[in-house]
Design a protein around this ligand. Sequence first.
Ligand SMILES: [Zn+2]
Length: 261
Amino acid sequence: MLLAAAAGLAAGSVLGVVVHRLPLMLEERWRRESGGDGPDPRPANRMNLATPRSHCPRCRQPIPWYGLVPLAGFALLGGRCARCRAPIPVRYPIVELLCAVATAVCAWRFGPGWPAAGAIALTWALLALAVIDLERRLLPDAITLPMLWAGIGFNLAGGYLTTLEDSVLGAMTGYGALWLVQRAYRRLRGREGLGTGDLKLTAMLGAWLGWETLPGIVFLASLGGIGAGLAKPGPFAFGPWLALAGWLTLVAGNLGRFLLP
Ligand SMILES: [Zn+2]
């Protein structure tokens, strides 16, 4: 579990970069593909997940090596850029901590072996998706689609979390059922209620966890969403609730059994 927590800390540090850069890279690609005016001429705005090295977004000062140490780095820097004193988003240490705890929980729940490896991969993907959706209202295909196929492949390889049959049915019904909800909402209310990313995330969860888990996941996520809607009226991101309900199902089993007699 300690080993898993350490791996989770390191992964959380990488996820902090993914969460920040992936939406910017996608925006840059959309801009290029829609505008037809070539790559962003400002070289400072060209990036991928590996380069340039982590820097302050305001003054572009590279983060010193000790600032890149998970959790401790944020504290050592006092939560600010060493040069211009711009605040570093508190999201970084929070994601690192959540990632470490969630990864350790997977190790505790599954023990050493392939099921834990798959559960940890799913955990990291769900955390990245939840944070990106919270901040940008976006669930990138670059994560949901490969992870959907990975879930089917994982259960094909050993039926680790569910059978192949239930995995394929999960991917189909996850997308299909939410597609129906999306269409019904659009027809009734005349506006969008669910994003297509929510459909793909539900399909991904179905592929990993099996179709039987989906009613519990969607029900619990909806409760969370309704709560969020009551607390703060207006549009809200549904993806983080799906991700949370999916992760709870991963570690605690089908949540539907608590809902049905
Ligand atoms: Zn700075």
